[in-house]
Ligand binder design. Structure first.
Ligand SMILES: *Cc1c(COP(=O)(O)O)cnc(C)c1O
Length: 424
């Protein structure tokens, strides 16, 4: 499978039936798995053998889908989680504990912002929030002895900021910590962060990967490139004996799979954010057309962005696909085939005018969702980012009048006609 192009991987990677087995990925709708001897089961609990024993930790259907996403990203190991929130939480918490410090981009999904600055803060993990356009020198000055990772989004939701991967990779690696990138918006079809030196990628599979707004889900993929053993004092969870597994050392026993194995054996075991096999089956159906849908989303979004840009009632448009967008140059470098189908704009007349306009849309529905086949629209300041103060909104790149418009894969003329009548 490894030598195939990404379109082929979307369709065929993961489940590989042998003779007489189902052609389509089976749903292993079972919490538990049978063994012939007590000893055989015991060896699984000691991590002596690999195998399935309880779906809270691992399930075959989930793992085949994780394997597909792993190959799409070009990683060495991956795990599915029950949501994108769980993916980002596990990705960070797998290598942090109370007393540690994390650096996070300010241009980030509202849920991730709350997770790091509110919930994980309560767990004793401190977070410094930085503007992704920060000068490299200034970024370098923010690392501390207890900094354990840097977290950012390849294209930020909702503000559409494209990350300068090389700047963040250099800074993270100069301080001996991994860069974790949430690659939900461009998907591996448009951007493969590992090729730019990123260490770990996360996804909300809820968005384009599922593509039909059917299942909430997440994924973590490890590039296998970060050398935990180079900084043994920093990542004791991976490099020193684990008392909850008879003193085994993850990097010694599992090599490049250490990070994902620990996330499974610790975080899934103890916190249990596993997706249901049924949902993973549906996610896999979505993945089979990811390579067809993403370019269509991008082409439609570019046409919509161009239309809005030239409309007299529209105050501003933000879409990195537009040539005069401040992030166009970074987009051309890191995702030359396209960015994503999500764009932002504001209506002249501010917050109230934007809200009134949204209520007039017919084809584009107001939903708390983004990045699926159906065009949809949201006003972050009144919805997803409602908890934030105006100051925090601006810091997160969310102007109070910002409309997040997720362009679907319908006929683009119908989408533009809907905008036209609502603007009128
Ligand atoms: C939606 C989203 C999340 C959270 O994912 P859920 O699946 O809703 O938990 C995280 N990151 C980004 C970029 C998202 O768009």
């Amino acid at each position: 499978m490894d030598n195939y192009n990404i379109e082929t991987l979307c369709v065929q990677a993961g489940w590989q039936p042998t003779t007489g087995e189902p052609r389509v990925l089976p749903i292993y709708q079972s919490t538990t798995f049978k063994y012939d001897t007590s000893d055989a089961m015991g060896r699984l609990f000691d991590l002596e053998d690999s195998g399935y024993f309880y779906t809270r930790l691992q399930n075959p259907t989930n793992d085949y889908v994780a394997d597909k996403i792993c190959k799409l990203e070009g990683g060495v190991a991956a795990m599915l989680t029950s949501s994108g929130q769980a993916a980002n939480y596990y990705a960070v918490f797998n290598i942090t504990e109370a007393g540690d410090h994390v650096i996070m981009s300010s241009k980030i999904y509202g849920g991730t912002f709350n997770l790091l600055t509110f919930t994980m803060k309560k767990m004793g993990i401190e977070c410094t929030v930085v503007d992704p356009d920060i000068e490299e020198d200034e970024l370098n000055g923010l690392f501390k002895a207890n900094t354990k990772c840097v977290l950012a989004e390849s294209i930020s939701n909702p503000s559409g900021v494209v990350l300068d991967f090389e700047k963040f990779v250099r800074a993270a690696h100069a301080h001996g910590v991994p860069l974790i990138v949430d690659n939900t918006f461009p998907t591996p079809i448009n951007c493969r962060p590992f090729e730019w030196g990123v260490d770990i990628v996360t996804h909300s599979t809820t968005k384009y990967m599922d593509g039909h707004a059917m299942c909430v889900g997440g994924c973590i993929v490890d590039s296998g490139n970060f050398d935990w053993n180079k900084y043994p004092d920093k990542y004791p969870g991976l490099t020193t004996p684990d008392e909850s597994y008879h003193g085994l050392i993850y990097t010694e026993r599992f090599g490049k799979a250490a990070y994902i194995t620990k996330a499974t054996t610790h975080l899934m075991r103890d916190l249990g954010s596993i997706p249901s096999p049924q949902n993973s089956f549906l996610l896999n159906v979505g993945l089979e057309t990811l390579h067809l849908r993403v370019p269509k989303h991008c082409a439609n979004a570019l046409a919509v962005a161009g239309y809005l840009k030239s409309h007299e009632k529209v105050a501003w448009v933000s879409y990195a696909g537009l040539e005069d967008d401040p992030y166009h140059e970074l987009a051309m470098k890191y995702m030359p085939n396209g960015t994503c189908g999500v764009l932002c704009f504001g209506i002249k007349g501010g917050r109230e005018a934007s809200i009134a306009f949204m209520d007039k849309l017919k084809l584009a529905c107001i939903v708390t969702h983004v990045a699926d086949a159906r065009t949809c629209v949201l006003h972050p300041a009144s919805h997803t980012h409602r908890q934030m103060t105006d100051e925090q909104l601006i810091e997160a790149g969310v102007q109070p009048d910002l409309i997040r418009f997720s362009v679907g894969i319908e006929n683009v003329n119908d989408i533009i006609a809907d905008l036209e009548q609502a603007l009128a």
